[in-house]
Ligand binder design. Sequence first.
Ligand SMILES: *Cc1c(COP(=O)(O)O)cnc(C)c1O
Length: 431
Amino acid sequence: MHHFKYSKGELHCEGVPIGDLVEEHGSPLYVYSRQTLLDHFSRLDKALTDLDHMICYAVKANSNLAVLNTLASQSSGFDVVSEGELMRVLSAGGRAGQCVFAGVGKTEQEIEFALRKGIYAINAESIPELERIDRVAARLKRKAPVSLRVNPNVDAKTHAKITTGTYENKFGVPYEEIEGLYARMSRMKHLSIRGVQMHIGSQLTQVKPFVDAVRKMVPLVRNLKEAHALESFSIGGGIGIVYDPALASGSAKWWKREEAKGILTPELYAQKLVPLLKPLGLRILLEPGRFIAGNAGILVTRVEYVKNTGKKHFVIVDAAMNDLIRPAFYEAYHEIVPIVRKRGQHVMADVVGPICESGDTFCKGRPLPRMKEGDYLAMLSAGAYAFTMASNYNTRSMPAEILVHGAKHALVRKRQSIRSLWRQERVPVWE
Ligand SMILES: *Cc1c(COP(=O)(O)O)cnc(C)c1O
């Protein structure tokens, strides 16, 4: 259940009409629901009560300080992939001792920063990285807590760009090499083995790939635990959400789609995985990003023009692929609804942005009520991998972000001023 729905024909986020927010803060505008973030966090947390676990929210999904702070208030841990993300977490009130640091390309500076701050674990992905961590830790005269990322070679059956757990991908070290590598790690003087990690991909809508991967990992983890006194096993993130209600049969109302049949729910995830994980006697880490934030945000956009080419009906909006790149990048689906409910006939519309690339398209041939200039649309499920992937392409400023809390709301990121976009640039003087 999330908290964007119509009340008296107007789309609301919790108790706040979206129309009021765009009137005050302009468009395009990201709007997040605090309660939805909390609900998703606690739903997953509750489903796993029987298991010693820690949720480490994947910061890259949505890294606004207010979002991080909301989760930190629930004692969430965090999964970071850069020095910048760790700094954000610390600025937002998160604790380094509950953070894990992922990624195939950590620099010396990033490793040093994470160690100085007292990170819970660095999830290492290669031998050269282990050697680098060992060297940095030696220089700092401390022990670096590390887990190795295992590539279990299981197909997550998701989009190719977000599949990470097969040998076609750059991630982790092959399953077959793990035991030898742990033996080698245990001989590195400045490493302390914290645990073992995996992450097979993102936007998984079935439980089976998770079950397959965990099943494959269990005997390995058991051996590693015996040999190296592991403390934790991170099973990564990847729990998918419903973007397209047509795929969620059994419920037409999009704000109820999480209750629809056949959807990967935290309860199903827990029901299948807890029995496999609990006997390990380890602390289980989870790194959900999209599941927590995805349906907790929308992108609101203004209709600038309606253009009929005879063949096509285009709704040209003021948001573009620089604000929300997922449709252009992953062919991703976002449901698009008017912020004021409209009656009457629908037209098959393409909703497009102003950028001179055909990829700047949010949907094609989608039934929409007839829109006119000055109307607003909301792109739903835009809480994850949305603002964090925004850019200034076409010298467009990034949208403002609002966090709603009941009947209140706060501007949690100001809209960028256009002049600020070239503030770091210099025209050289050659003489
Ligand atoms: C991206 C990522 C996650 C989060 O993935 P979601 O699909 O958003 O849950 C978790 N762990 C690692 C290592 C990642 O790279």
